[in-house]
Design a protein around this ligand. Structure first.
Ligand code: ATP
Ligand code: MG
Length: 435
């Protein structure tokens, strides 16, 4: 993508309405614009990141055997009367009449609708064991929408719902989601701490929230310091080993359950929540299936949410500096920012065009700054939008046939040849070694 053709409305000043870094940076980097309180337009750069996050989630859910569906954003309120939750969400649930005066609502969550799908379409115990997910917009009329996309009113969520024949099977599904969540967040460059959370009226210990540790987090979390070591790259652990570590939400914290010298107390951003539901909804909505012996069994459910749009903010909270965002490669909108320091200089233009062509041919996403802005402005913009690699080409280097390559995260800069620069960002051809 050529910057001159792109839609990237950067803001130089610090937006006064933004209280936290991620909100400030998402506005300054031209990723989002607020339309109304807690309701955002996603501009191209922001949408690219959102889609990258979505794709990681989709890939991990598919690997876990879950099946993607898509439910409407609008629902009839009848199902909520049937489940007994019509009044439970109060004013957070947005309701409105259609032209025939039938009441609709904008979905804040989908337990009712998915249970309705299952009760109407699953025929026998052979259909059980399925985990159905969607990535869809939700609306919750939050009292205090704030921190940009972190607590919006309209927000993108991955929500999934599992249906099993008995508790043991439901627990297995739950544990699989636990592992899946740790993997998906790790792929986004995050160490999410899985804290034991309140399981409400259902009881038991099958409720975990996944938190990204950040000063601006809205929740208090308590956890074993090993999670910090994992995040800082000091140790590696399997999900099974992580499962043994202490981690609890405020309401579940027990100071006697962990040695004081191992305890960390911090603020967390909740990016995911997994929950064993039991038969709460299946009972109310009569989602039953005949078992092998013909007996009707009320399905055991679980629900599993991820805050997709919140993650964009959470990743920035976890990864930025004074100059701007530092994207982990897996979610970065472009992998490379190519900066032409002197547009109009024949050598610079030619070298940039060659590199731009080669990167595109190799399938490496690249944003080419071909504008006539001054050098200082170009550096600041590129640091602000946080692409993992910068390749800078100026008249002196072009004369010698070298480029300057900068790693956004470490700040390291090297003067290297064009081919070496390419080899740093072009992935080795998959399968070549195996041939
Ligand atoms: P919170 O305590 O932050 O309000 P919640 O418990 O209401 O979250 P869930 O109902 O578990 O959230 O929803 C699943 C996920 O959706 C949450 O883990 C969170 O990441 C995300 N989420 C919830 N509310 C919002 C919101 N207003 N804006 C953005 N993301 C949200
Ligand atoms: Mg909430």
């Amino acid at each position: 993508m050529r910057l001159s053709q792109f839609f990237l409305p950067l803001i130089k000043e610090t937006p006064s309405e933004a209280q936290i870094a991620s909100h400030r940076l998402m506005l300054r980097a031209g990723m989002v614009r607020q339309l109304a309180a807690g309701i955002y337009n996603w501009l191209p750069l922001g949408l690219m990141v959102l889609r990258n996050i979505e794709n990681i989630i989709r890939d991990e859910m598919n690997k876990a055997g879950a099946l993607e569906v898509l439910m409407p954003t609008l629902q009839p309120t009848e199902l909520w009367k049937e489940s007994g939750r019509y009044d439970a969400l109060g004013k957070e649930m947005l309701r409105f009449p259609d032209r025939a005066e039938r009441e609709l609502l904008y979905s804040p969550t989908c337990e009712e609708v998915i249970t309705d799908i299952v009760r109407n379409n699953f025929k026998s115990y052979r259909d059980a064991g399925k985990n159905l997910y969607q990535i869809q917009w939700k609306f919750r009329d939050e009292v205090r929408p704030r921190f940009g996309v972190m607590r919006g009113r309209e927000f993108l969520m991955k929500d999934s719902y599992s249906f099993d024949m008995d508790y043991e099977a439901a627990k297995k599904t739950y544990n699989k989601m636990y592992d899946t969540y740790l993997n998906m967040f790790a792929r986004m460059g995050l160490t999410a701490v899985p804290v034991r959370a309140d399981s409400g009226a259902i009881g038991g210990d099958l409720s975990h929230e996944f938190h990204v540790v950040a000063e601006t987090g809205e929740s208090a979390v308590y956890y074993d310091k090993a999670f910090d070591d994992i995040r800082d790259g000091k140790v590696k652990m399997t999900t099974e080993e992580m499962r043994q570590l202490y981690a609890a939400a405020d309401e579940k914290h027990d100071p006697n359950a962990i040695a004081p010298d191992r305890l960390r107390e911090a603020r967390g951003i909740e990016v995911g929540h997994i929950f064993y539901l039991g038969t709460k909804y299946s009972k109310a909505l009569k989602a039953t299936l005949p078992a092998a012996n013909g007996e009707q069994v009320t399905l055991e459910m679980g629900c599993y949410g991820v805050g997709v749009s919140r993650l964009v903010g959470a990743i920035i909270e976890a990864s930025h500096d004074d100059n701007g965002i530092i994207w982990p490669e897996s979610v970065a909108p472009f992998k490379v920012g190519l900066i032409n320091l002197r547009v109009g200089d024949a050598k610079c233009d030619e070298m940039c065009s060659t590199l731009y062509g080669k990167l595109q041919a190799a399938g490496v996403s690249v944003l080419y700054d071909d504008t006539d802005e001054r050098a200082g402005g170009k550096f600041a913009s590129m640091d602000l939008i946080g692409l993992p690699w910068q390749i800078i080409i100026g008249p002196k280097g072009a004369e010698k046939g070298v480029v300057e390559m900068k790693n956004r995260k470490t700040g390291e800069k090297h003067e290297i040849g064009m081919d070496e620069a390419l080899s740093k960002v072009v992935p080795p051809k998959a399968g070549m070694a195996a041939l």
